[in-house]
Write a protein that binds this ligand. Structure first.
Ligand code: HPA
Length: 266
């Protein structure tokens, strides 16, 4: 950790980010438009590289609306074969850099039948169905406690700010529960049926590990899903990564508008 932080600090000087953003599939453009300093993950000691198409793989620092922001342009996923500890390492780095609030974004399939592709959903809670937990292993007491509380990961005050921003921009926002699978296979119709019974509104393969670690080390989390497709259902058409990218591309203008306004208000 000291090596990573020393390297990053050499690049960013006295820039101390207060807001972190992890940009999900097809949503990375924000970091192209607002980029003061960019550091490829491959250059940072102990960081791992993203292997997914459509994910760039760099840490981008920028002043946005007078707020100091650090963005992950591309995230690492559990299904790539990395460990939970590896994929959540950047959240711990953000904590060390001074980040107080973290906006997590992703593309997700709709479990809730009222949702449409292109909708944006504020995450009010999650179900960790990945079969493991990023906090397994020796605990670093300087970061957080052994058995951290998870009753309000996605902070109500941040959700309220996001809802107000959505209203003012005339962007309709859903609010629901995100259900995380390990992936990389999409779900079967029976699995989606199960997720619906368990109270899920959207399903995806990311975000939950980072949200757990951020909450554990005292970072306030806001989560936003871009609903990219109807989750697999009997009688539905086949699902592909291309469809996910195509929908997020269509939604990215309003997504960016929303994120920018949220940054100015939190
Ligand atoms: N399932 C899981 N992850 C996803 C989906 C989905 O339908 N769409 C985008 N990410």
């Amino acid at each position: 950790m000291n090596e990573s932080i020393r390297f990053i600090n050499e690049k960013i000087g006295d820039f101390e980010p207060e807001i972190g953003i992890i940009l999900g599939s097809g949503l990375g453009e924000l970091a192209d438009e607002y980029c003061d300093i960019a550091i490829p993950y491959s250059e940072i000691p102990n960081f791992i590289q993203s292997t997914v198409k459509g994910h760039k793989g760099r840490l981008v620092f920028s002043n946005i609306h007078d707020k100091k922001v650090v963005m992950m342009q591309g995230r690492n996923h559990f299904y790539e074969g990395h460990t939970m500890q590896e994929i959540t390492y950047p959240v711990k780095v953000m904590k060390q850099l001074g980040v107080k609030k973290l906006i997590l974004t992703n593309a997700a399939g709709a479990v809730n039948e009222k949702y449409n592709p292109g909708d944006l959903m504020l995450i009010k809670d999650h179900i960790n169905f990945m079969g493991t937990n990023p906090l397994i292993g020796q605990n670093d007491e300087s970061l957080g406690e052994r058995f951290p509380d998870m009753t309000e990961i996605y902070k109500e005050d941040l959700i309220q700010v996001a809802e107000k921003c959505g209203n003012e921009l005339d962007i309709r926002l859903q609010k629901g529960v995100y259900f995380a699978n390990s992936g990389p296979s999409y779900e079967t119709p029976a699995e989606i049926h199960m997720a619906r019974i368990l109270g899920a509104d959207a399903v995806g393969m990311s975000t939950v590990p980072e949200a757990i670690v951020a909450n554990y080390c005292g970072i306030k989390v806001l989560g936003i899903s871009c609903i990219s497709n109807a989750a697999s259902s009997s009688g539905g058409s086949k699902l592909s990564h291309e469809e996910v990218i195509e929908t997020t591309n269509r939604a990215k203008t309003k997504f960016k508008q929303l994120i920018l306004k949220i940054i100015s208000e939190i």
